[in-house]
Every structure is written in C-alpha cells, then in structure tokens.
Ligand binder design. Structure first.
Ligand SMILES: [Ca+2]
Ligand SMILES: [Ca+2]
Length: 367
C-alpha cells in the first residue's frame, strides 16, 4: 500500500475510533486491523474508481453538491444535516479525491439515521443501519419522473424533446424496497411487489447479507443452509412460476430474469424500427445508454455509442420500457434484492410493447 494511502488509513482509524466510544467500551475490542484491511480491499476504498475520479477534470476542482452525497467522504454528513425533506440535496461542493470511508458511516448523523427518502418522494422509516447504505444506493430517478416526462403526450408519438431517464447505478435499495420506493416504472392498473423481506420472520437488510466493511455478501454456503444444493448465488430459486415460459421451473431465478431482460431488449429494438421509426441499440457502458443503430445490426458499435448519436426518437411507451430495462440492468443483483419486482417490471414492459409490436409471451407467468 502506498505511504499516502497508509497515512490516510491511519487518520481514518483515529477518526473512527473517536466516533465509536460506546462500541469500544461495551464489547470485546474489535479487531481494527482486520476491519481496516477488509475495508481497504472493498470498492468503497477504491480511489481509482470512476465513481470517485469522475470529477477530477472539473474546472472548480470539486464534486458538486448534487453528486457529493454519494461520491465523497463527507457529503452525506452535509446531506443528513438537512431535514430529509428534499432528496439528494447537499449545500456545499466537496473536495476531490475522497472515497466512501470510515467517517462517511462512523459519524453521529449517519449512525443515528433510521429513514430514507427515495427519488419518488416515498420515505421509509425504522431501517436501522441499512438506512446508511440506502441513502446512497437508492438511485436518482423514479417511475414518477418518467410519468412526468410523458404527461400529456400520445403513447406512441415521437417527441424530440424526450430524453432517456436513467435510474443511476447499483440502486439496490430501490430494488429491495420495490413498490414502497416506486423506483421502477410501474404501469397503471398493475400491482407490484413491495419490499423483498426474504425470510419473513427476520427480514433481511443490506447488513444481513453484506459485511459493512468488505461489502462481500455472505458466502454461498450460508445461503445453501436454506437453499439446498445451490453452488452459486445464481442457482438459487424458490419461485414456483415459469416466468420466461421455457418450461423450466428449476433454473435459478436469475436465469428467469435474464431471459425476460433479453426479450425486453429485443422488443425495444423491434419497437424502434416498427413504431418509433429509427432503429435503437443499447450499450451498458456508454452514457446515455440508448443510441441510434445507424447500420441496423442491433448492436451499438463503437462509432455509434457516442453522445451525439444518442437515441432521440423516444415515445412515452418506449421510454417507460427502456427505463425498466436499465433499472434491472444497473442492479446486477436485482435477482437477489427483489426478484418478483424485477420480473413484474420486465413482464409489464414486454406486455406494453406487445401492444404495438409482435412480442410472443406464450407461457410467461407474472409473479
Ligand atoms: Ca423458466
Ligand atoms: Ca449498430
């Protein structure tokens, strides 16, 4: 470890120890070296990550307030200093070069936090320490934002002023809370799963499964105590329904979700050609994700996945389906965080596009 990082780690340690007097007294002395090593190896400590370097080139040499809550060490403290009435509001920009560190979580405001307000405006209370995680992993948009953008327009009329709406990244808390946070685009007249409690008697929180320092989920062996025979997370299944209509009700729930997600991708492309009038293609790694497929090969190639070529033939129907496609894509563990909610969003998006293009949903069971 470079000396600079070591120095920082030592500084953080001192800060954390000061914030943890009660813990230090009541329990047997926690192994700080172990905790620190676990933390330093975690993505939260990855100084090279885009999530912490993105602003390096900014002219005013700072992370702007609207991003700082989740992308700096102390932005969350500033954010929590407000009354939680407004979402993602930080007054002051924060210095470049920090990460999510000990102080982010080990300060009186974060540790006392019990509630989270989601981008939909919905508020969840009584969350315990997972409220800290959920403040950052809640996304930055909700289905309501899509409704607002689509308001007063014909479902299938191309509107040049519509743009793609992005949930943002790794919004596990929005997935987990399901309809309680309304992070997905929820079609009118349908009902959606609420929080995925997992085991009813003792509802799972972020911290039931993830170590708060290493961030690693509990080993598959732990899961396999209940999920017999699962060799990897993606093998796990308890749902009785065949969501993707392939006749297989033993494949992992992850595979049911992946199959519907693929089908939705295909339906989005068909709609682009047949209804919106311009072929559309997706690139998971290039902002803003949906591009004009100029050569019609169904793929966003290198020359196509550039901002000036962003998709501009949005209709309300397409925007809703694409929003849900990205919602599921950007939580790579949606199948663990809330499988039913993910399946419902994908199923309903397919059904909606199927009103205008051919989508074969034979055998698809909606949970
Ligand atoms: Ca199946
Ligand atoms: Ca292409």
């Amino acid at each position: 470890m470079p000396v600079r990082n070591l120095t920082i780690a030592m500084m953080l340690l001192v800060g954390a120890a000061a914030a943890l007097p009660a813990l230090a007294q009541e329990r047997k002395k926690p192994d700080l070296a172990k905790i620190t090593a676990a933390y330093l190896a975690s993505p939260h400590a990855d100084r090279s990550a885009e999530a912490f370097r993105h602003w390096d080139g900014e002219e005013d040499r700072a992370v702007p307030g609207e991003c700082a809550t989740c992308h700096t060490s102390r932005g969350i403290i500033d954010y929590l200093g407000a009354d939680l009435a407004a979402v993602n509001v930080v007054d002051a920009p924060q210095p470049l070069g920090s990460t999510v560190d000990c102080v982010t979580c080990h300060n009186p405001r974060s540790m006392a936090l019990q509630s989270v307000v989601f981008p939909s405006g919905e508020r969840l209370d009584g969350l315990g320490h997972e409220a800290i995680c959920s403040t950052c992993h809640q996304g930055r948009a909700s289905g309501g934002d899509v409704d607002k953008a689509a308001a007063g327009r014909e479902d299938d009329a191309v509107a040049g002023d519509l743009g793609f709406i992005n949930i943002h990244y790794k919004a596990a808390a929005a997935t987990q809370a399901g309809s309680l946070a309304a992070g997905g685009y929820q079609y009118p007249g349908k009902t959606y799963a609420g929080r995925f409690d997992h085991v009813k008697k003792e509802p799972a929180t972020c911290l039931t499964c993830h170590n708060q320092h290493s961030l690693k989920p509990a080993a598959i062996e732990t899961c396999a105590e209940c999920h017999k025979g699962a060799a990897k997370y993606a093998d796990i299944r308890s749902a009785p329904l065949d969501s993707d209509g392939d006749g297989d009700t033993t494949e992992g729930i992850a595979a049911e979700i992946a199959a519907l997600h693929d089908r939705l991708g295909a339906a989005i492309r068909a709609y682009g050609v047949q209804v919106a009038g311009t072929p559309i293609a997706y690139d998971a790694h290039a902002f803003p994700y949906f591009f004009a497929d100029t050569n019609g090969d169904g793929i966003a190639g290198k020359a196509e996945a550039i901002f000036p070529n962003r998709y501009q033939n949005w209709t309300p129907r397409l925007l809703k389906a694409a929003y849900n496609y990205q919602f599921v894509a950007k939580d790579g563990a949606a199948y663990v965080h809330n499988p039913r909610y993910a399946l419902q969003l994908l199923h309903d998006s397919l059904e909606s596009l199927g009103e205008k293009t051919t989508v074969d949903m034979t055998g698809f069971a909606r949970p």
